[in-house]
Write a protein that binds this ligand. Structure first.
Ligand SMILES: [Ca+2]
Ligand SMILES: [Ca+2]
Ligand SMILES: [Ca+2]
Length: 155
């Protein structure tokens, strides 16, 4: 018996997590809208790179949308492409930075991902840039505080 016979193709309904055109990567401050504030975040960090914590002034892990260690033209394009889009209807407390798996909900799955990365820093073992909610290059209690505040919210 092959894997194909074990797992027959079936139709799966996939609800998009966010409205079309929206990118949580481009929503750098996580407020549910890609707008001038996100563009400014990229502009502030433009040209800044970080390979190890502590990161230089201007660094914002969230502004490094493609997670390549440098905030550059590609990040500017990512924000520009999604500019003007919204995630949906944010519930009270929504902070997209805490939605680590980008499914439109801040729940136990996101909390688990943060817990797994707790204590890690940029470039280190176990580093997950998506878990660095405040973008300072390390995952610690400050990121956990953002998670706790946003827990249970959706967009
Ligand atoms: Ca935003
Ligand atoms: Ca989530
Ligand atoms: Ca952090």
């Amino acid at each position: 018996m092959t894997m194909a016979t074990l797992a027959p193709a079936r139709a799966v309904m996939v609800r998009p997590a966010f409205l079309p055109g929206f990118s949580s990567r481009a929503d750098i401050n996580g407020d549910g809208q890609v707008n001038i504030f996100d563009l400014v975040s990229v502009a502030i960090g433009f040209g800044v790179s970080c390979a190890a914590f502590p990161c230089p002034p201007g660094w914002n892990t969230q502004a490094d949308t493609d997670n390549n260690g440098v905030i550059n033209i590609f990040d500017l394009v990512a924000v520009g492409s999604a500019f003007g889009s919204v995630c949906g209807v944010p519930s009270p407390g929504w902070d997209g930075r805490a939605d680590i798996d980008n499914n439109g909900k801040v729940n136990i799955q996101d909390q688990t991902l943060l817990a797994l990365a707790l204590g890690t820093s940029i470039g280190g073992l176990g580093w997950n840039p998506e878990a660095d909610l405040n973008g300072d290059g390390t995952v610690n209690v400050a990121d956990n505080a953002i998670m706790m505040a946003a827990f249970g919210s959706s967009c």
